[in-house]
Design a protein around this ligand. Structure first.
Ligand SMILES: [Zn+2]
Length: 336
């Protein structure tokens, strides 16, 4: 690598960062989950590779491993400890603001009372971390698509009951190939009526038409998780740009799961050139050997992007963040 490139990558890596798309349990460092499994005497050896990282064959096996890892997270205290482990990891990458997908399915099984206890523990720890590390966390309650529409309803109730200055959004993750976005309209409507802002996973695996489906079958969607398959439909790309729909793009995740062979082949640059509002996130960082620093470096190397492009990506992400304006102004100061 030549010196000029190395200098640029080092500068880009050192920038502060705003991240909008990170699954809370999916961000759990493997060492943290291994430690918890040991404490609880649960055998999770099957989900780890010899080097200690998570081991899975493909996206669908990844979902299974993810749920197995999550199975040792049982109490509000476990989630508070996880909060610290995740925020330390993010802060190390220079992240100053992060929105994370939280699933009440994993925090009290969709019971509102239990969810409030989990949330209290997570929030308290996040606020302590904010004071110590200068990183702000906000939550997006997320239903899980392959659990089905009936399971999404109590999750939307949990979201509505805790909507406010910390739980700021509602979304859906999971297996995009199960059912249709419109099957979950009740949950999204309930969340929107409670004042929550909306994002949903589409166009990761489901093709451009799944992004159209999200925009036509659900009301008030402001951001799309991934959305990158939109690139196959030029009229859709134009519409995304015109409507200012923000894509939460996770290049490292897409490459690791084999959707594109390498970052240089990823459509993020083309989408950006077409005027689509793109942002950069890690999705489930340890599962994809991703960090925000690595995402920034890889994109700079692949597309020759300089610091000004990343500053713009940060500004797009901050403008699209679901937090209140006072928080946004605080975070803006950290971006300099
Ligand atoms: Zn995701």
């Amino acid at each position: 690598m030549n010196e000029e490139l190395e200098d640029r990558l080092a500068r880009v890596a050192a920038l502060p960062k705003v991240e909008l798309h990170m699954h809370f349990e999916g961000a759990a460092p493997p060492a943290f989950i291994r430690g918890l499994a040991k404490e609880k005497k649960v055998d999770l050896s099957g989900i780890f590779a010899p080097d200690g990282s998570y081991a899975y064959r493909d996206f669908w096996h990844f979902l299974e491993v993810y749920e197995a890892a999550t199975s040792v997270l049982k109490t509000p205290r476990d989630f508070a400890r996880l909060t610290r482990a995740i925020l330390e990891q993010s802060a190390e990458s220079g992240v100053v603001y992060s929105e994370t997908f939280l699933s009440p399915d994993f925090c009290g099984g969709g019971d509102v009372g239990a969810w409030k206890e989990y949330l209290h523990a997570i929030r308290e720890e996040a606020e302590a971390c904010e004071r110590e590390m200068g990183i702000t966390l906000r939550g997006i309650v997320t239903c899980i698509r392959h659990f089905g529409p009936d399971k999404a309803k109590p999750i939307a109730r949990c979201a509505a009951e805790t909507a406010g200055d910390w739980i700021v959004g509602f979304g859906m993750g999971g297996d995009e190939k199960v059912g249709h976005q419109g099957d979950y309209a009740w949950a999204f409507d309930a969340a929107r009526e409670a004042g929550l802002r909306l994002t949903t996973h589409a166009g990761e695996w489901g093709g451009a038409k799944s992004v159209r489906e999200a925009l036509t079958q659900l009301q008030g969607i402001e951001r799309i998780g991934h959305g990158v398959q939109s690139i196959d439909d030029p009229a859709l790309v134009e519409e995304l740009a015109e409507r200012g729909i923000v894509l939460e793009v996770c290049p490292g995740s897409n490459v690791t799961l084999g959707i594109w062979p390498k970052v240089a082949a990823h459509p993020i640059a083309k989408l950006r050139d077409a005027g689509v509002k793109v942002t950069v996130s890690t999705d489930d960082p340890p599962f994809f050997h991703a960090t925000m620093t690595r995402e920034f470096r890889d994109l700079s190397e692949a597309f020759g992007w300089q610091e000004d492009v990343f500053a713009q990506l940060n500004q797009t992400a901050l403008a699209a963040a679901f937090c209140d304006d006072a928080t946004r102004a605080e975070v803006a100061k950290r971006l300099g």
